[in-house]
Design a protein around this ligand. Structure first.
Ligand SMILES: Nc1ncnc2c1ncn2[C@@H]1O[C@H](COP(=O)(O)OP(=O)(O)OP(=O)(O)O)[C@@H](O)[C@H]1O
Ligand SMILES: [Mg+2]
Length: 353
C-alpha cells in the first residue's frame, strides 16, 4: 500500500494542514513538540480508527470542538479515501470512500502498516498484557476474521468469571468451557503461527540489519498446551476447582505470554539496554515481512543507534514507503552518509502548526 496524502484539522496542535507524501521515505523533522508524533498519530488513526496514545477526544485541539482527518491511500490498484471525524459530544464517524464503516476491523483488514514507537522496548520490559496486545494485533492484521473470535472469547470469559464468583453450577459453566476451549484453541494456534514467523524474521533483521552475532528468538508461552480443542477443553476442566476458589479463569489464552530470548536467555533478565532496543526494533520491523507492501511508521527509531546501524536501518526501510521522525539536525545524518536527500521526502515542521 501507499499513503498519498493526509489533511489534518484541529488534531492535537494542528489547526489545518495538508501533507503530500512520496512513495519512498518521508522524513519528518522538527524540534521537540513540533508535531512529529502527532502527524504519525493522525496516520495511525486513519488506519486503525483509534489513537495509540490516548482516548479519541484527547486528540481534539484544545481550542476546538472536533477534529477531522482525511487520508488518501492506494492498496494495489484501489484508491481509498478515509475520512475521520470525532467531536467532544462523542460523535465519531469513519468513512471509507464515502461509506460509513461498521467496524474498526474494516480498516485493519484494508491497511497493513508497521508502527514503532520510542518506548517499544516496553514490549520486552513490560507486563504480558502489552505483548498479548501486540501479538493479537498481528494475528488480526493477518486474519481479520479473528477480531470476532477475540471478542467472542472475551465475552465467554466474562460470563464464565461471573458464574465462578456467584454460583457453583458446573453444568452452566460447561457451556462457557466449551466456547472458551474452541475459541481459545483457535487463538492459541494463530498466535503460535505468528510467533514462529516473527521469530524467523526478527532474527534475520537482528543479524543482517544490526550485524548482531547473537541469536534472537521469540517463544510463545501458553498457559495451556493442546493439540486440539478437545484437549484444550480437558485442561480447562482440570482447573475448575482452582477457578472456583479464585473466582476467575486461571488458565487460557488470556493468561498467555511470549518471551524474547537472546542467545536462549530471556532478554528482560540479561540483555543490555542497547540490545533490548535493537531486539525491540527487530521484532516490530519483523511484522513488515508478514504482508506484501506494508507502510512503515517509525517514531524516533534512529535515536541512540550508532551511525553504522542507522545506515543499515535506512537500507532496510528504503524497501518500503515509510514515515520516519527525527528531532536531529539533518546535516549530521547527511554527513554520516545515512540519508541521500535526493530520494527522501523531507517534511520540516515548525513549532507553530
Ligand atoms: N489536544 C491537543 N491540543 C493542542 N495541543 C496538543 C494536544 N495534545 C497534545 N498537544 C501538543 O502538541 C505538541 C506536539 O506534540 P508531538 O508529540 O507531536 O511533538 P513531537 O514533535 O513528536 O515532539 P518530540 O520530539 O518531543 O517527540 C505538544 O506540545 C503537545 O503539548
Ligand atoms: Mg514525538
Amino acid at each position: 500500500m501507499k499513503i498519498k496524502s493526509i489533511y489534518v484539522e484541529n488534531f492535537r496542535g494542528y489547526k489545518q494542514r495538508f501533507f503530500e507524501f512520496k512513495d519512498k521515505m518521508n522524513l519528518i523533522v522538527g524540534n521537540n513538540a513540533s508535531g512529529k508524533t502527532s502527524l504519525l498519530e493522525a496516520l495511525y488513526f486513519c488506519m486503525c480508527g483509534k489513537s495509540f496514545k490516548s482516548r479519541d477526544i484527547d486528540a481534539i485541539n484544545f481550542d476546538s470542538f472536533y477534529f477531522k482527518l482525511e487520508m488518501l491511500a492506494e492498496v494495489g490498484d484501489t484508491e481509498y479515501n478515509v475520512f475521520c471525524y470525532v467531536d467532544k459530544a462523542l460523535d465519531k464517524r469513519i468513512m471509507i470512500n464515502d461509506k460509513k464503516i461498521k467496524k474498526l476491523s474494516e480498516l485493519i483488514s484494508t491497511f497493513k502498516f508497521v508502527f514503532f514507537e520510542p518506548d517499544a522496548t516496553e514490549l520486552i520490559k513490560h507486563q504480558p498484557k502489552l505483548r498479548r496486545r501486540f501479538l493479537d494485533m498481528e494475528v488480526t492484521k493477518l486474519y481479520p476474521y479473528m477480531t470476532k473470535v477475540y471478542s467472542e472469547y472475551h465475552r465467554a470469559l466474562l460470563s464464565r468469571n461471573a458464574f465462578l464468583k456467584s454460583y457453583d453450577k458446573k453444568d452452566i459453566i460447561d457451556v462457557y468451557d466449551m466456547q472458551i476451549s474452541q475459541l481459545g484453541f483457535l487463538i492459541f494456534q494463530k498466535r503460535q503461527e505468528v510467533i514462529n514467523k516473527l521469530s524467523i524474521e526478527a532474527q534475520k533483521i537482528f543479524s543482517l540489519v544490526f550485524e548482531n552475532k547473537s541469536m534472537l528468538e521469540l517463544k510463545y508461552m501458553p498457559s495451556i498446551i493442546a493439540s486440539n480443542d478437545k484437549e484444550y477443553y480437558k485442561e480447562i476442566k482440570k482447573n475448575i476447582d482452582k477457578d472456583l476458589s479464585f473466582g476467575y479463569t486461571t488458565k487460557g489464552v488470556h493468561r498467555d505470554d511470549f518471551e524474547i530470548l537472546i542467545d536462549k536467555k530471556p532478554a528482560i533478565n540479561f540483555a543490555s539496554e542497547g540490545q533490548i532496543k535493537l531486539a525491540a526494533i527487530s521484532v516490530v520491523l519483523a511484522t513488515s515481512l508478514l504482508y506484501p507492501e506494508p507502510v512503515l511508521i517509525l517514531d524516533d527509531v534512529f535515536s541512540e543507534l550508532d551511525s553504522f546501524k542507522r545506515k543499515n536501518l535506512v537500507k532496510f526501510i528504503s524497501q518500503y514507503q515509510s514515515f520516519v521522525t527525527s528531532a536531529e539536525d539533518l546535516s549530521v545524518l547527511e554527513r554520516e552518509g545515512i540519508l541521500e536527500f535526493g530520494s527522501a521526502n523531507l517534511i520540516f515542521l515548525e513549532r507553530s502548526m
